[in-house]
Write a protein that binds this ligand. Structure first.
Ligand SMILES: *Cc1c(COP(=O)(O)O)cnc(C)c1O
Length: 372
């Protein structure tokens, strides 16, 4: 049996009529940018995340770089960021000419809260946490550090819509929460989309200005802004999907529970769930020293898998100018060589789950085969 790494159509097909009716309604409305759908989404998503404000944007990278721009963080400033993350997190910092200061991951693959303090200098202005793979970082410790050193806290929630730490939503801890609605995210649109959440009226106002060429009033431009707006069509479709977010996340939990319960292979290490968190399982990431062989084996069995992510940001060509040699973040680099995301999507069937579980359990790396 073939099992793809992802399949966005399972949810769509179930609610096709509702999505298509909404799309038609918006197409026929004649209003496509900054209208009632965006207003409704901003109101409802802020309520969901339990913040006072939400501002819809074009994508999460814009949410990230605009956050640091608006917080006044730039050349000569340092921002603490996990080494193990998607490169967009780091770009949000460096687009503003600020310097990323990388911190190694903990056993849960997200920033190791116990290693942050040693990296704080007089130049540190902010911490950017990333709730990677849908699991919250250790927010108690991180919030305490931000208070102690008067640092801004920005959360990259591109993978954690609905995820919580001690019952509190990711995206509600920091000065700003940054969300992506890229189609494959837990709350995915039908194209690009993003948003920020905040409790600060002043910050929300700045985002509204920056997303609209730096103007509060059309043609009266206060700052050099950008064009980054969640459009009506995406917002309308997200308004439909937001009603299903908890059900979508619960279904991811069902799949991951089956994996956690039934996968047992001595060469495959399963992901760990942090106490006090509600993981929303953006990815189910295993580690194995035989990763490349394992990935090829799964492919031969018809099972899709993806590496999130094969090259850590500090070693990517884009960041050659940071002059960070291989070996400078050994835990991050080791993960990049050993991680693999198993198939995970809404509506995975029992036969599909079984096919993945059986294939994973039957994997024997060549070095061991020889010994047998
Ligand atoms: C997807 C993702 C982003 C970027 O989001 P876009 O909306 O595609 O710009 C940023 N950070 C993380 C952790 C992501 O997974």
């Amino acid at each position: 049996m073939k099992v793809p790494a992802n399949n966005l159509l399972r949810h769509y097909n179930e609610h096709q009529e509702e999505y298509e009716a909404k799309a038609l309604e918006i197409l026929r409305s004649g209003n496509y940018v900054l209208g009632k759908e965006v207003d409704a989404f901003e109101r409802d998503f802020a309520r969901y995340i339990t913040t006072d404000y939400c501002v819809g944007l074009g994508n999460c990278l814009d949410a990230l770089w605009l956050s640091f721009r608006i917080l006044g963080i730039g050349l000569g400033d340092e921002v603490i960021v996990p080494g193990n993350t998607y490169i967009a997190s780091v770009m949000g910092i460096t687009i503003n000419d600020a310097t990323p200061v990388f911190v190694e991951p903990d056993a849960y693959h997200s920033i190791d809260a116990d290693k942050i303090e040693a990296k704080i200098t007089a130049k540190t202005k902010a911490i950017l946490v990333v709730h990677l793979y849908g699991q919250s970082c250790e927010m108690d410790k991180i919030v305490a550090l931000c208070d102690k050193y008067k640092l801004k806290l920005v959360e990259d929630c591109a993978q954690s819509h609905g995820g919580t730490y001690k019952g509190k939503q990711t995206g509600s801890f920091g000065d700003i929460g940054c969300f992506s609605f890229y189609p494959s995210k837990n709350l995915g649109a039908f194209g690009d989309g993003g948003a920020i959440t905040t409790n600060s009226e002043a910050l929300a106002k700045e985002f509204r200005m920056f997303r609209f060429y730096g103007s509060e009033k059309r043609y009266y431009n206060k700052v050099v802004g950008t064009n980054s707006r969640l459009d009506e069509l995406q917002a309308g479709l997200l308004n439909v999907k937001l009603n299903y977010l908890d059900a979508l996340n619960a279904d991811r939990q069902r799949v991951c529970d089956a994996y956690l319960k039934n996968i047992s292979n001595p060469v495959i290490t399963l992901p760990k769930v942090r106490r006090d968190t509600q993981n929303v399982w953006h990815q189910f990431v295993i580690t194995t020293p035989y990763r490349d062989e394992f990935m090829k084996y799964l492919e031969e069995q018809g099972i899709g898998s993806i590496i999130h992510y094969p090259i850590p940001p500090h070693l990517s060509e884009a960041y050659a100018y940071l002059n960070m040699a291989k070996g400078s973040l050994p835990i991050t680099e080791c993960l990049a060589d050993e991680i693999l995301s198993l198939p995970l999507f809404y509506g995975m069937t029992d036969p599909e789950l079984e096919a993945v579980i059986n294939a994973v359990n039957a994997f024997v790396p060549r070095v061991m085969e020889k010994r047998l």
